[in-house]
Design a protein around this ligand. Structure first.
Ligand code: THU
Length: 136
């Protein structure tokens, strides 16, 4: 049994309880582990416009960055699904801004889990025009 990510998954499970998902009723929790070892959590926050909804992963990364932590190492994502979910395309791009090789630990509420790299889910995130604009 792989126990390496247990704490991070527990944090994501806890964050999932804070999800605001009255429209989809699909609650998601995320927990981000930074290089400093600090952990930040996120849950999905829906909006009556639907389109303004923000996924748990982006809230989690936003919490870390707002606390001055840009070196993200691992993100755990938990939902009540048959198979573990992975971040959507928008979140993949968002996460890749600081951490293109982020480790993604996806888990179900039941305890199934899958570990993969963001670079596998979104290779070459800055290819194209983004490669040619000035970056800090
Ligand atoms: N959602 C997440 O928070 N993360 C994902 O990886 C998939 C989708 C949210 C967005 C929306 O509030 C609900 O789940 C249904 O899509």
């Amino acid at each position: 049994m792989n126990t390496q990510f247990d704490d991070l998954i527990r944090n994501a499970l806890g964050a999932r309880l804070q999800a605001y998902a009255p429209y989809s009723r699909f609650a998601v929790g995320a927990a981000v582990q930074c290089k400093s070892a600090a952990v930040f959590i996120g849950s999905n926050i829906e909006n009556i416009s639907h389109g303004l909804t923000i996924c748990a992963e982006r809230i989690g990364m936003g919490s870390a960055v707002a606390a001055g932590q840009r070196e993200l190492v691992t993100i755990a994502v938990v939902a009540d699904t048959i198979e573990p979910i992975v971040p959507c395309g928008a979140c993949r791009q968002f996460l890749a801004e600081f951490s293109p090789a982020l480790i993604i630990v996806s888990a179900t509420v039941e305890g199934d889990r899958k570990v993969e790299s963001l670079s596998h889910l979104l290779p070459d995130p800055k290819r194209g025009i983004l490669k040619n604009v000035h970056t800090p």
